[in-house]
Design a protein around this ligand. Structure first.
Ligand code: HEC
Length: 108
């Protein structure tokens, strides 16, 4: 009984992981986390850590500096370091996802 349960658990874990392999850089911790959950997590982080110096209008202003997804990723990392927000890799990924989904809308 226990062995069968483990087997089923293993199978469902494998199918969850393979469902995510379309993503080139899957985050270690977030297999199976729904996209909408990651985005709302990112939104939360942005309102906690990123509104001291600028509001969301810097992401939408006409002469914004960020033009690609990779520079957005880099900028979020840099702002994290500069501001001592202390976010981990997964939180940075969620935050970048939120910014891109809500404001920048870069294709990969
Ligand atoms: C210590 C102040 C400060 C904090 C806190 C801060 N930023 Fe910034 N950020 C800036 C400044 C200054 C700019 C440049 C604004 C401009 O170009 O008008 C900027 C610009 C940006 C841009 C680029 C906007 C563009 O031009 O497209 C992004 C993206 C960004 N910040 C993300 C973040 C994120 C994510 C956080 C939270 C981790 C954060 N910032 C927290 C100071 C800060």
């Amino acid at each position: 009984m226990t062995t069968i349960y483990k087997y089923i658990l293993l199978l469902s874990t494998i199918s969850l992981i393979s469902a995510c392999t379309g993503d080139k850089t899957p985050s270690k911790h977030s297999e199976g986390t729904p996209l909408s959950e990651k985005i709302s997590e990112g939104k939360e982080l942005a309102s906690q850590s990123c509104t001291k110096c600028h509001d969301s209008s810097v992401y939408t202003k006409k002469d914004r500096k960020i033009k690609t997804l990779s520079s957005l990723t880099a900028r979020v990392k840099k702002c994290n370091v500069n501001t001592g927000a202390g976010l981990d890799e997964e939180e940075l990924a969620d935050l970048t996802l939120f910014l891109n989904t809500s404001y920048y809308k870069f294709q990969k």
